[in-house]
Design a protein around this ligand. Structure first.
Ligand code: SAH
Ligand code: SF4
Ligand code: F3S
Length: 479
């Protein structure tokens, strides 16, 4: 197997919310090539895009490095989802400015959602930046880089209705060689009032299914054993034929990817409660290798707040979806959430409704945030950001606390059971232990014995914390 990457490095541990970690490009062994350093912030879509960028630039003679001090080209792939995500990038740019001092050939580019949101303003505000490139303009990078090398500043923030980078084979960055992401669509056509993504990522468009299946097949052939299909709203995936009729929907795509190989696990993210269908749930049930795990962001438990958020479903609809998941897939299917506290006008009663929704569902885990007003969004234009920071944070602490309890309950359910885990590598603490992931996406740690990365191992679950399971391997082959 081609060895381009090793373990991913985590730059900032301060927010363990899954969205604000930075990923750094890996050392690619390539003598004499120009060095490219990429740091990626935000969601999995961004991490996946950085792999496309690395692929485009490899053809231009660049090799990736994990050391910014030896790089000729430094790229930050940025996120705008909350104010603190942008502040992190601004702080990082200050540090990079000193890296650049005295090295006139070192160029800095800002890619991704912040580039798209701020456009040329970013060049005015951050003088060390040479290049601003939006998420649909990565094919133009070679031209933009050559402009920069000619001493100009370069900007391309054109948003496309068609671009899916379907033909570009990503250079895998920071993967363990076992699990990989595949982007199946780009953009978002929902208009959740708090959210900047429709402005930074443009209109929703789906990628041609056969290119997705091919990518999954190639990954399997290289030894990967798990793919996660990515989109802001995967349930609205649709590939149309020439007559404009829907040829492939998400349930069908899932089935096509599941058929690549029974040993290739399939995951997907993110599902929108308004769009997830019974067909999708039945497809998950039909294939053993489609994982029993659904990330179903709720955002709030109050129908009044959901309406102001323009989520287009209410509390009852959300509960009905949860009931359907449990009816079709059973209690074992893990469900996670995203929740926002302190959205405009949120009262204590609204907050109580969020807490009671959590009690109803007992989510396996979740990503929780306090509301951060984003300039230009419908909420910023029409609603007042009227909940004080202290209240937002207090409510956030309350939902986090509740989630801890539920995560513990959900993990304890698994004590004494045997779960099929896919080995992802060594445990973070010790090389005597391996880290694997079970079907429902939970991490399990167990003694290494003779097992290897990429193998499936049956593990008996013996202990747990709110975040991790611990156990011992029992059998390795299915009867
Ligand atoms: N497409 C996904 C979400 C992508 S953004 C979906 O619709 O579920 C990831 C999460 O960030 C969101 O689910 C939301 O909980 C959070 N988020 C988005 N905008 C935010 C804002 N302005 N303030 C706080 N959290 C926000
Ligand atoms: Fe944002 Fe809503 Fe689209 Fe998710 S579905 S990316 S929250 S607008
Ligand atoms: Fe952030 Fe853009 Fe993803 S705003 S969460 S990087 S789509």
């Amino acid at each position: 197997m081609e060895k381009l990457t090793g373990e991913l490095k985590i730059l900032s541990e301060e927010e363990k919310e899954g969205l604000d970690l930075a990923r750094i490009s890996e050392d690619e062994k390539a003598e004499g090539k120009r060095k490219l350093y990429i740091e990626s912030y935000g969601c999995q879509m961004n991490f996946s895009d950085s792999e496309i960028v690395a692929s485009i630039l490899r053809k231009e003679g660049f090799a990736t490095t994990s050391n910014k001090d030896e790089a000729e080209l430094i790229l930050l792939n940025t996120c705008s989802i909350r104010d603190n995500a942008e502040q992190k990038v601004r702080n990082r740019l200050q540090i990079l400015n000193s890296t650049k001092k005295g090295k006139p050939n070192v160029k800095i580019g800002v890619l991704g959602c912040m580039a798209e949101r701020l456009k040329t303003k970013l060049l005015e505000e951050e003088k060390m930046v040479d290049m601003v490139v939006g998420p649909d303009s990565y094919r133009d990078l070679p031209n933009l880089i050559s402009d920069v090398e000619d001493g100009q500043k370069a900007v391309n923030v054109f948003l496309s209705r068609e671009e899916t980078y379907a033909d570009i084979t990503p250079v895998r960055l920071g993967t363990n060689g076992v699990t990989a992401f595949i982007s199946i669509m780009r953009g978002c056509d929902n208009m959740c009032s708090f959210c900047v993504v429709p402005y930074t990522r443009g209109r929703e468009r789906s990628r041609e299914p056969k290119t997705i299946v091919q990518e999954a097949q190639n990954l399997f052939d290289k030894g990967y054993r798990e793919v996660t299909l990515l989109g802001q709203n995967v349930d609205s995936f649709k590939w149309k034929n020439e007559n404009g009729e829907i040829e492939t929907n998400f349930a069908q795509l899932l089935e096509m990817v599941a058929q690549v190989h029974p040993d290739l696990r399939v995951r997907f993210s993110t599902s929108h409660p308004k769009d997830i269908t019974d067909d999708v749930l039945y497809t998950i049930k039909k294939y053993e290798n489609i994982c029993n795990y659904i990330h179903l962001p709720a955002q709030s438990g109050s129908s009044r707040i959901l309406e102001l958020m323009n989520r287009t479903y209410d509390r009852e609809w959300y509960i009905q979806k949860i009931d359907r998941i449990r009816e079709i897939l059973g209690e074992d299917c893990a469900i996670s959430h995203d929740l926002i506290t302190g959205f405009c006008t949120e009262t204590e009663e609204d907050h109580e409704e969020t807490l009671s929704l959590m009690d109803y569902v007992q989510f396996d885990y979740g990503y929780m945030f306090y509301y951060s007003e984003r300039p230009g969004t419908p909420a910023a234009k029409k609603l007042e950001d009227d909940i004080d920071l202290e209240t937002k944070k207090r409510r956030l602490a309350e939902i986090i606390e509740k989630q801890r309890g539920h995560s513990m309950i959900r993990n304890e359910r698994l004590l004494g059971t045997v779960q099929k885990a896919l080995v992802e590598g060594f445990s973070k603490r010790s090389e005597d232990f391996l880290q694997g992931r079970i079907d429902d996406n939970k991490v399990v740690i167990f003694p290494k014995e003779n097992f290897k990365k990429g193998e499936y191992v049956y593990v008996k679950i013996e202990e747990c914390t709110t975040a991790t399971l611990k156990g011992t391997a029992v059998i390795t082959e299915m009867a």
